[in-house]
Design a protein around this ligand. Structure first.
Ligand code: ADP
Length: 413
């Protein structure tokens, strides 16, 4: 079975093609047959494409693209022609799995895309104005190129849909909740993947585990997971709440916003400041990238040091809050760009929980661990580093739906 995964963001579009046996899913993610990345950030009106196949054929192009849709179609055509061709005909693609950021309260499970589902994704753009339209564009582009494939939507909010109301409802007027203003949470596809992978790595039943997953990438969020279910998370109504991030502020006193609005700043300016001018970048004045923050610290830059110390302070205090919600902890999990690669963040975060008997094995922590337990043998809490595998998680969900779909078709036939 060939499954194409589309992961569309505001400024980039990642896609990959997996070949998976129809009978059984492999335990680990297989190497994709084809991977592509489209980036719109560097040149106005142009897209940079990078395509790589399993045979290491690489195509790099800068193409004129007046719309995201035309660039996406162009990249999808590299599956069918040129040096990066990996399929003969469009109909070889059985399913296309799309990461959709916001599924609202209605959509929490992987869903076959219909006109109704597309209308809902469009409607939910009011809650995710950057991401949902990009996701919809991705769906429409693949429908055009692969009209026979089953289109599947996997929602980033889905995993958090069962968060109990005391954690999901904001303490404003009850009408907010009735209007759909509630905690949705994000990064759900990866939080769920990490919980399942942690159970595998620990050789434990997921139902017996209390986990905190720390997704620390450009966007950062934590999830408190009990028996495989998310019971709290730091992101909220939007992906702006919670931890300090690369360019996003995370939680700040809402009174600051009222103060700034009264001083004459408008909503668009606030949006720009909080989403793109805050976090590591806003405090350091240098960069949103932890690697640059780290090298500036080495050179004695005090604002980079402050940015890092704030990042850690907030990470620790939110881990503490998730810990209280869970009432105990079996494993702390680090994932995504910073979580997977930055040993110092892991050391600093874990230090605060030594009083619980959490002991990090520093040698393992420093040795670029992947899918590995980095706690000492006598640590009271396991500490795992799990590379984010969103694309593979989406492919697996699509595989399951495709099997159900085929079984139903055969039943009818
Ligand atoms: P996204 O949230 O966009 O998927 P990633 O999970 O790829 O992002 O995380 C990107 C971030 O990870 C970068 O901005 C950088 O801060 C951090 N990062 C990546 N590699 C390293 C590294 N070797 N050391 C420290 N931080 C890193």
């Amino acid at each position: 079975m060939k499954i194409l995964v589309m992961n569309a963001g505001s400024s980039s579009q990642k896609s990959c093609l997996y070949e998976i046996a129809s009978e059984q899913l492999p335990e680990y993610s297989p190497k994709p047959l084809w991977e592509a990345n489209v980036d719109w950030t560097h040149y106005q009106g142009f897209a940079e494409l990078k395509v790589k196949t399993a045979h290491n054929t690489v195509l790099k192009e800068k193409i004129k693209a007046d719309s995201h849709a035309s660039a996406t179609e162009h990249v999808l055509n590299t599956l069918l022609q040129g040096d990066t061709q990996v399929i003969e005909e469009a109909k070889e693609i059985d399913a296309v799995g799309h990461r959709v950021v916001h599924g609202g309260q209605e959509y929490y499970q992987a869903t076959v895309v219909t006109e109704e589902v597309k209308a809902a994704i469009d409607r939910l753009s009011t809650f995710a104005p950057i991401h949902n339209p990009a996701n919809l564009e991705g769906i429409e582009a693949t429908e055009k190129v692969f009209p026979e494939a089953l289109q599947v939507a996997v929602f980033d909010t889905g995993f958090h849909s069962q968060i109990p109301l005391p954690a999901a409802v904001y303490p404003g007027p009850y009408e907010w909740y009735e209007q759909g203003i509630r905690r949705y949470g994000f990064h759900g596809i990866n939080h769920q993947y990490c919980a399942q992978r942690a159970a595998q790595l620990l050789g434990r039943n997921l139902n017996s585990l209390r986990l905190i997953t720390c997704h620390l990438g450009n966007g950062c969020s934590l999830a408190a997971i009990r028996a495989g279910k998310s019971i709290d998370t730091t992101m909220g109504f939007t992906p702006l709440e919670g931890l300090m991030m690369g360019t996003r502020s995370g939680s700040v006193d809402p009174g600051i916003l009222i103060y700034l609005l009264r001083k004459g700043i408008d909503a668009d300016q606030l949006d720009e400041i909080l989403n793109r001018g805050s976090g590591l970048k806003g405090i350091s004045g240098l960069s949103a990238d932890m690697r640059s923050i780290q090298s500036a610290i080495t050179e004695g830059n005090s604002r980079a040091q402050l940015a890092f110390d704030m990042f850690i302070h907030r990470l620790r205090s939110h881990i503490g809050s998730m810990l209280a919600v869970l009432g105990g902890l079996d494993a702390l999990i680090f994932t995504a760009g910073i979580g997977e690669n930055h040993a110092l963040t892991r050391t600093a975060a874990c230090e605060a929980f030594a009083f619980l008997g959490l002991k990090l094995d520093e040698a393992k922590n420093q040795a670029s661990p992947k899918d590995q337990d980095i706690a000492t043998a006598d640590s009271a809490i396991r500490v795992l580093v799990i590379p984010a595998e969103e694309d593979w998680a989406i492919a697996k969900e699509s595989w399951h739906l495709m099997r159900t779909h085929n079984a139903t078709r055969q039943g009818k036939g």
